[in-house]
Unconditional design. Sequence first.
Length: 143
Amino acid sequence: MKNLTRAPGLLIAALWLHVVAPAAAADTLYNDLGGKEGVVAVVDQFLWNLADNKQVSHYFVETNLERFRDKLIEYVCQAAQGPCTYSGDSMERTHKHMGVTITDFNVTVESLILAMESRHINTGVQNRLLKALAVDYAKVVQE
């Protein structure tokens, strides 16, 4: 009789694992950003923000913008646990001779935040992406 009384609990647990657990596993930063479409939209708006900002736009004057956009999409997608692999140059190599200052870095981060806000991405998700990208801070900024 004990086994019969436990059966409904086991059934509920099995259903939870089947229905709820896969949804929780799919709850990634990438999905919270809106998947591929969301990442592309954030990157595109971010690039417009950078182009409009005189403080940092000079860094991109001689940049192959199409390649930069493609690699930045890969980079953000990978950082957000998406199905992408970044295939660009290392952050050290890319930024080695640029002389990026802390001020320039902060302006760039602000441009990214504004891009995410334009997509109505909530602050918690924004902070998770910024944290994922912050690991490369020392590879970018020359103090």
